[in-house]
Every structure is written in structure tokens, then in C-alpha cells.
Design a protein around this ligand. Structure first.
Ligand code: FRU
Length: 503
């Protein structure tokens, strides 16, 4: 009798574990996702005392967007994240929308104590009551500070610090220190343009200028901007990131950027043309970490407002992209932002294989060599043949995710039409394309695959695509195909081990 009971008990235990495994089969293994419930934009990303902080738009009571909080996660390397208790809760002024955080080293705000520099969060309060009353003034900027490295926060009693002048969409402040004039600059999304404000102390703000009425893409509202300089060939180039939704190159949400000069007052773009940070469908609200010196590391929300509320994950929704180091690169007379996975990701590599001079005519099956039961990997290769090819991730149920290059169109693409579950939104299964911006004949690629996402960094990060997908089983099979034939000069494949700290 006891034995039977024990057997039944064990069976139930095994079934429960299996059910959980199946339930979490889309769980990202080395990208941050909250343990449960809804997440959107990364917020307040800042480096302080050896720790990277990631706050994020979070609704702790459901798997769909709702009254926004700031969730919190910490990391020592930007690739293993530990979820922390919620940092900011909605209050009488409204929901806590997107924003940024700074280390107020000189204690300009006066919030510091006993020589400890405060962390100051600058965010949008979104007031749902005023929104219903259609005052057009339901978004305004507020601040909060922390003296214990982001664990607990005190909202400033003088909030809001920047009232709404009558602009319906007035949000997502990104604040940074402008050393030449010893002042803070706030880059704010104001409907379909950017407005810059300045402040000596984070508490009082003065309008400086605006940018964008006649520049860039305007297929949707402008959100989540960022502004920072990068040195390029001995010259300081200012990068203005402006996320836009909808109106992206492959529908819905996406990030555009402008390069130009900034003098503490005006941003003057070299060109009014839009450039895209990432041509995939799933990198939105991407902004950079503060307080990282000359390093500029970008992280985005790996989803799209087209279907974010419907993706078939449970009990959470959404993950972030891998952190990416930004740089600038000239191609003929144009300068582009390039992004590559942070080098910290290398520490997660597990043994793989490499091969030189691999001929691909038809199809080469790399599944055996990869021996990767989890389907998490990084693939790097380069080929001097500028010809069509495709990399196919597949599994035992016939799901296929195809990442490729179309020579005639000179485009990279990701086709997720047969990648598994796609029917939760009618556009999800579409093929996404991106121009090849590089002029060299040699094509180099880096591909990062997690359980439910792929990130393509082509030509050393000149063309980037991020797409999520929902396969029935892990994508453990891998093929390279080319009808016309290519030689891959150097191919390197390595597994990636899970990195999230679960507590
Ligand atoms: C962008 C966004 C922001 C806003 C937040 C609300 O995805 O719409 O503009 O602050 O999400 O959650």
C-alpha cells in the first residue's frame, strides 16, 4: 500500500515538474524577464558602486499592461540579472511611467546625506483621472531619491518638478549631466518631437529648445528618448535616440536615431533622415545605462506594442534584449551607430566548435556538431562570397526560424512565419527585412539565440535585427543553406548557459 502511495506521489511530482517545464518553455534563459506578470520599457538604467540597476515598467497584478510601477533588477555584468522588490509604486499623482536615474555625485539635489551621493530617479507621473477628464495635462515629471543603492525610494515632496504645459504626450525623461555648463539636461518626448530642459538641481527645470517637428519618422508618437556623445575620429558626435510607436521599419514599435551636435541648448542633426537602431520587430524603448563613462550600453524591451499583450508566455510577459555596446562607424560619407553584444556575454559561453573554410552548397546540417539540447547559442561567421544564404533554427516538430541574406535585394531578413505559435496576432508571422548598410563584400554575422528570441548583428553591428518567436520545442537543430553556394571562412559556434538568478 505504501509503495503504491509512493508511486502515485512520485508520478504526480514528475507530472507537475513536466507541466512547469512545458509552461515555461518560452522562458528566456540569459535575457531578463520578470518572474511573473507584465513588463515593458527598461527604466532608470544606471551603474552605481559596482552594480548595474535595471528598473522597468511593471504591473505586478496581471500579465497585461496596467497601473505602472517600477520593477527592479540588479546585475554585476549586465547578463545575469536578479529581480529585486518593486522600487516605485503608483501614488496620488498617478502611475509611474518611464524615466531614467542618475547618480547625483555632487549632491546638486541636496538629497544626499553624510557624504553619500543619492540615486535620483526622474520619471513621468501619468494621471489616469486627469486623462479621463481629457485635460491634456495628465503627464508631468517627478523625482524620487534613494540613499541605499536603489533599495528604498523617497518621492520628493515638491513633485511634480516639471508640470505639463498642455502637451498630451509629455513623457519619458532621460536625464544626464552636461559637464561643460555644469547642469542637468532632460531629453523629453513631447508628442511628435523632443524637448530639451535643463536644471541645476533636478528640481527646477528650464525649457531650452525642441527638435524633430521636421525630422525623422512620424508614423507614431515619439517616446523614450536618449542623448549622449560618442567620440568618432577625434570628434564628439551626439546621438539622439527617439523611440517611435507605431511607425517602425517592420511595423509597430522601433527605435530611430539622429546624429548631430549638442551645445547644452540645441540639438542640430547632421541630417533629418531617420536611421534605425534595430530593424527587427522586437527592440523597443531602448536607451542606455547612465554613469558608465565613455561606454554606452543599450538595452531595449524585446517586444512590440502590436502584440505585446498577447504573446503566449505564462506567468510573465516580455523580456529585454541583450545589453549592447554602442559605437559609431563611417560608411562612405555616412556615420551609423553600431551595436554589438556586450563582451560580458562571453563568460556564459559553453564549449562548441569552430570550422574554417566550410563549403555550403545546398544545405549543411550542424546539429550533430552543435549537440545543443537547449538551443541557446552564439554563432559567428564570415564569408567573402556576397551571395544568398540562410541559417535555419529548427526542432522536432518542424518549426523553423530563418535568418538570411538576400543578395538581389541586398537585405538581411528574419522569417518567423513557421517558427511555432504565431496566431495570437495576425501580423506576427510576417517576414522582416533590413538593408545591408555595409559596402564591403565580406559579410560577417553574429547570431544570439535564446529560448524565444534571436538577435542578429550583421557587419559588426551595422545592421541589427531582434525578433522573438515561440517554438513548440527548443530549437536544437541548426542548418546553413545556400542555393548558389558560399564558403564560410571562419565559423564559430558556442553554447550559452542560463544566467538568470532565480530566487
Ligand atoms: C513606451 C511607453 C512610454 C510610457 C510607458 C508606459 O513603451 O508607452 O512612453 O512611459 O510605455 O508604460
Amino acid at each position: 500500500m505504501h509503495k503504491i502511495l509512493l508511486a502515485v506521489f512520485l508520478l504526480i511530482a514528475v507530472l507537475t515538474v513536466e507541466a512547469q517545464e512545458i509552461k515555461e518553455k518560452y522562458r528566456p534563459q540569459f535575457h531578463f524577464s520578470p518572474k511573473a506578470n507584465w513588463m515593458n520599457d527598461p527604466n532608470g538604467m544606471v551603474y552605481n558602486n559596482g552594480v548595474y540597476h535595471l528598473f522597468f515598467q511593471y504591473y505586478p497584478d496581471d500579465k497585461i499592461w496596467g497601473p505602472m510601477h517600477w520593477g527592479h533588477a540588479t546585475s554585476k555584468d549586465m547578463v545575469s540579472w536578479k529581480e529585486e522588490p518593486i522600487a516605485l509604486y503608483p501614488d496620488s499623482l498617478g502611475y509611474i511611467f518611464s524615466g531614467s536615474a542618475v547618480v547625483d555625485v555632487q549632491n546638486t539635489s541636496g538629497f544626499g546625506k553624510d557624504g553619500k551621493a543619492p540615486l535620483v530617479a526622474i520619471f513621468t507621473h501619468h494621471n489616469p483621472i486627469l486623462e479621463k477628464q481629457k485635460t491634456g495635462k495628465h503627464e508631468y515629471q517627478s523625482i524620487a531619491y534613494s540613499l541605499d543603492d536603489g533599495k528604498s525610494w523617497t518621492k520628493y515632496s515638491g513633485n511634480p518638478v516639471l508640470p505639463n504645459p498642455g502637451i498630451t504626450d509629455f513623457r519619458d525623461p532621460k536625464v544626464s549631466w552636461y559637464a561643460p555648463q555644469k547642469k542637468w539636461i532632460m531629453t523629453l518626448a513631447t508628442k511628435d518631437r523632443i524637448t530639451f530642459y535643463s536644471s541645476p538641481n533636478l528640481k527646477t527645470w528650464t525649457r531650452e529648445s525642441e527638435f524633430g517637428a521636421d525630422a525623422g519618422a512620424h508614423g507614431g508618437v515619439w517616446e523614450c528618448p536618449d542623448l549622449f556623445p560618442i567620440m568618432h575620429n577625434g570628434k564628439q558626435v551626439w546621438v539622439l535616440i527617439v523611440n517611435i510607436n507605431p511607425g517602425g521599419p517592420n511595423k509597430g514599435s522601433a527605435g530611430q536615431y539622429f546624429l548631430g551636435d549638442f551645445d547644452g541648448k540645441d540639438f542640430k542633426a547632421y541630417s533629418k533622415e531617420t536611421k534605425w537602431l534595430d530593424f527587427g520587430a522586437d527592440n523597443y524603448a531602448a536607451v542606455t545605462f547612465g554613469n558608465t563613462g565613455d561606454r554606452h550600453v543599450l538595452l531595449g524591451w524585446m517586444s512590440n506594442w502590436q502584440y505585446a499583450n498577447q504573446v503566449p508566455t505564462d506567468p510573465w510577459r516580455s523580456a529585454n534584449t541583450i545589453a549592447r555596446d554602442l559605437g559609431l562607424k563611417s560608411v562612405d560619407k555616412e556615420i551609423y551607430l553600431i551595436s554589438v553584444p556586450v563582451k560580458e556575454l562571453d563568460a556564459l559561453s559553453t564549449p562548441g566548435f569552430s570550422q574554417k573554410s566550410m563549403q555550403v552548397k545546398g544545405q549543411v546540417d550542424l546539429t550533430e556538431k552543435a549537440k545543443n539540447a537547449t538551443g541557446l547559442f552564439r554563432l559567428d561567421f564570415d564569408t567573402k562570397n556576397n551571395a544568398d544564404f540562410a541559417i535555419v533554427l529548427a526542432n522536432q516538430s518542424g518549426n523553423e526560424l530563418v535568418i538570411g541574406y538576400d543578395k538581389a535585394a541586398n537585405q538581411y531578413y528574419i522569417d518567423r512565419s513557421k517558427s511555432g505559435k504565431t496566431d495570437f496576432e495576425k501580423g506576427f508571422g510576417e517576414k522582416h527585412t533590413a538593408p545591408r548598410l555595409a559596402k564591403s563584400t565580406t559579410i560577417s554575422l553574429t547570431l544570439i539565440a535564446d529560448a524565444a528570441s534571436v538577435e542578429l548583428f550583421a557587419d559588426a553591428g551595422l545592421t541589427v535585427m531582434t525578433d522573438i518567436f515561440f517554438p513548440d520545442y527548443a530549437m536544437t537543430k541548426l542548418y546553413v543553406k545556400s542555393v548558389s553556394g558560399i564558403t564560410i571562412d571562419n565559423l564559430k559556434y558556442s553554447g550559452i548557459r542560463p544566467s538568470m538568478v532565480l530566487n
